[in-house]
Design a protein around this ligand. Structure first.
Ligand code: TIU
Length: 233
C-alpha cells in the first residue's frame, strides 16, 4: 500500500479508495477580468499551481484514481447567489455583471470554464457549486460514497477559501484529506502558508499536507527516478 510522506506524518493511501478533487481552477479566478480580479486580487499569484495541478491530475489518471473537478458559480438568473455575496464586489463588477469573459461567475459563460491546461476528460465529473465548500448544495458526497472513496487528494484555488472550506467539510464527513501544497495557491502567500499549517496542526486536525512529487513517487514508484539509489551505487 503506498505511503506518502506528509505533515504531520505519513499517510497510507489505497488508490482504489481514493479520489482527487481539483477545486475551482477556472478562468474566473486565474485570468484578468473575472471574479477574482473583481474582488481586487492579483490573479497572477495563482499561476504557480497550474503546472503542479497538471502533474497531479496526470498522476491520478495513471494510478487509476478518479478525478473530480469543481467550479464555483451561479445560475444565469442569480437565484442561487446570496445578496451578501453579490454585494461584496464593487457595482459594475458584481456576480452577473458583464466582463471580458462574459457575465462574472455565471454558469455557461467563458469565465466559468476550467482553464484549458487542466481541462476535465469527458468521463470526469464536474461539480458546479454555489458556495465555497464543494459539499454545500452539491451531489459530491453521493458521488464519493458511490466510488467507495475514503481518502481525498485535494488541490486547487484558493487555499484558504474554497480548498480549506472543502477540506473542513470533508473532514467532518469522515474523509481523510491530503492537501497537495504546490497544487494549491492563494492571492495571499501568507494565507496560503497559514492555511496549510492549519490543516496539519494539532496532529492533523483537518488532514495531511504533502506535495505532488512525494505523492507521485509513492503512487507510481516505477516511474520515480531515485537519485539516492544512484548515489549509493
Ligand atoms: N476569493 C477567493 O479567494 N476565493 C473564492 O472566492 N473562491 C475560491 O476560492 N474558489
Amino acid at each position: 500500500m503506498p505511503v506518502i510522506p506528509a505533515d504531520p506524518g505519513p499517510i497510507e493511501i489505497d488508490p482504489a479508495r481514493a479520489a482527487l478533487i481539483v477545486i475551482d481552477m477556472q478562468r474566473d479566478f486565474l485570468e484578468p477580468g473575472g471574479f477574482g480580479a473583481a474582488l481586487g486580487n492579483d490573479v497572477s499569484r495563482l499561476h504557480a499551481a497550474v503546472a503542479p495541478c497538471a502533474l497531479l491530475i496526470a498522476t491520478a489518471r495513471e494510478a487509476g484514481i478518479p478525478v473530480l473537478h469543481t467550479r464555483e458559480g451561479h445560475r444565469p438568473d442569480l437565484s442561487d447567489a446570496p445578496r451578501a455575496k453579490v454585494e461584496r464586489s464593487p457595482p459594475g463588477m458584481r456576480i452577473g455583471d458583464p466582463g471580458p469573459m462574459g457575465r462574472i461567475l455565471v454558469r455557461g459563460e467563458p469565465g466559468h470554464e476550467i482553464i484549458p491546461d487542466l481541462a476535465p476528460l469527458p468521463n470526469e465529473p464536474v461539480i458546479d457549486k454555489p458556495g465555497k465548500g464543494a459539499f454545500y448544495q452539491t451531489d459530491l458526497e453521493l458521488m464519493l460514497r458511490n466510488l467507495g472513496a475514503d481518502v481525498l487528494l485535494v488541490a486547487g484555488v484558493t487555499t484558504e477559501v474554497c480548498v480549506h472550506t472543502t477540506v473542513r467539510e470533508a473532514n467532518d464527513r469522515g474523509f481523510r484529506c491530503l492537501v497537495l501544497r504546490d497544487a494549491c495557491a492563494s492571492y495571499f502567500p501568507d494565507f496560503h502558508a497559514a492555511a496549510l499549517a492549519m490543516v496539519s496542526a494539532q496532529g492533523g486536525i483537518f488532514g495531511w499536507v504533502s506535495d505532488v512529487a512525494a505523492l507521485r513517487a509513492a503512487l507510481l514508484p516505477g516511474l520515480h527516478h531515485d537519485s539516492r539509489t544512484e548515489d549509493a551505487a
